[in-house]
Write a protein that binds this ligand. Sequence first.
Ligand code: ZN
Length: 324
Amino acid sequence: MYNPEAIAAAFAAAREDHSKAIALSIEHRELAEQKNPRFAQIAKQLSLIGADIAKSFYSENPAKSVEALAAESLRLQEERKALLKSMDLPEDYLEPQYSCKQCSDTGRVNGKICSCIRRRAVDFSLEALAAVSPSERCSFESFDLSYYKDMKDENGKSVYEKAKDNLEYLKAYSEDFSEHSKSLYIFGKTGLGKTHLTLATANAIIRRGYHVVYGMAGMIFSDIEREKFKSEEGKYTMQKLLEADLLIIDDLGSEFHTSFSASVAHNIIESRLLANKPIIITTNLDLGGIHRQYGERIASRIIGEYVPIRFVGEDIRQLKEFMY
Ligand SMILES: [Zn+2]
């Protein structure tokens, strides 16, 4: 669960917010004290009272009772509030304003990771996905089924129903997703909404707190090639591909094809299968094409272990151009 990089980024962002809140409260205190020296006196008196309360716990005959000191402290705080109000400033003007009240932007509550860190980590992961894909506009809600109305496949069957089935299947898949969900083989011609629905699936699964790694097949394979032959780390490393809860390989078959890319594809598919972790493959290749380009072993893995999701119909991007 959770992308470790996103968690680290979330903690860093929380720490930054914490420092900013402290810095701003200091600035506010200085401003207030410049305008009215009484603020400085109150602050001094409050800190003396604090020290007296601490001391009174150790002394047998304290000069003042704890109750009296506490009452005095309260009176000073009320005076300060009244002063702030007279200056049209909020009551908590001098306090640090943390973005998370639960953990004061430390990221932890009683030693446990605060929910704000999870929220921030999800945001980071969604941003990271958006940086490498058009995922921001890809949701299940923005998948427009009306383009498929009246469209028939090569056998004269309605394409609309199939598109609707695919949408519903992927929606349910993302709602039920776990680290050991089934792998998916999403195939069909270009421009039928495969990438849209795959990115919608990725977004939904990231929102549920899972660690999703998404990449175009070409980018993944060239990074792995550089890692292996030049020991250079790119965006994708074998370790990252294996540790993700879900790996998405987009547009398999579109990459520059070498015998190495076929062996990388094989390695990734086998390793994740062994770890019982899912992959979503999207591709224009039907099983015959997979067999030709990647060989018998990958084709039989996909037949045996992957749920096939077929997209049928005409290129909807071309259709959209006609409609506008
Ligand atoms: Zn928090």
